[in-house]
Design a protein around this ligand. Sequence first.
Ligand code: ZN
Ligand code: MN
Length: 474
Amino acid sequence: MDREYKVIIGLEVHVELKTNTKIFCSCKSDFSSDPNTNICPVCLGLPGGLPRLNKKVVEYAIMAGLSTNCSIRERGRQDRKNYFYPDSPKAYQISQDDLPICYDGYLDISAGGREKEIGIERIHIEEDAGKLIHDEGETLVDFNRAGVPLIEIVTLPVLEDEEQVVDFLQKLRNIMIYTGISDARMNEGSFRCDVNISLSKDSNILGTRAEIKNLNSFNSIRKAIKIEIKRQEEVLREGGSVVQETRGYDDNRSITYSMREKEEEGDYRYFPDPDLAPIFISREFLNRINDKLPELAHDRKNKYMKKYGLNSYDAEQVIISKEVADFFEECMKYTSYSKTLVNILVSEIFSLSDPKEFDINIKAEYLGELVNFLEEGKISNNGSKKVINIMNKSGGRPEEIIKENSLGQINDTKRLEDLASEALENNGKAAEEYKSGKKKALQSIIGEIMRETRGRANPKLIKDILEEKLKTRS
Ligand code: ZN
Ligand code: MN
């Protein structure tokens, strides 16, 4: 679609790191505990409290950087970003200004079938704030989250629409989960995204941007972007100008609304934190992390296409989460029918367990066996569904479940011949109709045999036998 204005979008993504302790103290990094139980003088910013950087935070930030093609800075620094906010106890946040740990990376996206490289300007480490709880006219503050480590990932302003944004974020989120550095749960705020949008008539000049804060689902991101683009278009068309500000998004009313005027860089008065030593990242440390880095979703997708012959779409289904991909690989040790396995995963297994929080009671070995039975015609599609449900409850082996519940497919020709003869006997009218050219009539005869055998007759064989019998009957 040709737009009157060119849309330019940049993202700032905050990801909560899954460390045991906070970034500058040894308090537990768990903010689901009772309010204000995981706190100490350091994370409360009390006089005399001195921060000490958690090494794991640097390690995780480097993992994020290496998996997004970033360069890793050998000598970094931490800075104070000064602003007051009631849930931030120090009136400044320890962040990184001009020397972030990672810089100049990118991720490839393929929204709408078009490959595009999305540049990542930087990834820096910083501390999270506490949480305000508004309750019947009162506001309470919980500092458990104050000092929980974050990385902030900043893209270049190169995204053009909501589909590109969502594609980028899904890829990024997957990487966070695959590397194990974060749960990246959007609804719990461990993966949150601010979207900067600007419109311009001249594609060489960036327009004034508005930032939409704290979007917590892919759906609301998609909707908020569309709404904000429309709003800015209307402002510009009426000859007005867009105000540089921070806006919220109200899903119920389908609007974005002004929250506050956006600070300029200078308002933060960044300066190096005098309590923290510079960060030095040695070659050895970097190599050690590089060696530990797990295989990423993108690599696995390519492997599944090459090694197991999956098409791109099916491979995407499997890498939806690390748990599913691990399970798929385990199953493939017991079967060679990758395509049938993917079909069963998507149509049956994903309805037993959300693939993003994958947890099932079925052994990979047993599912592999069941796929073989399906391919060998020992069980029907319908029968396999029943076996899967029973397996998930009892954890049992498909062979035994099929026997115990008489779920095996009837492939015995003699038995099928008898069933066919009997059905033709009982359905004289349908048989006549078939012979007079109404091919559909055959379905009702097959249907009766299926009812009779509770779906166990091999549908392909029974169809062939019926057609043969009808041909020879005069
Ligand atoms: Zn603490
Ligand atoms: Mn930040």
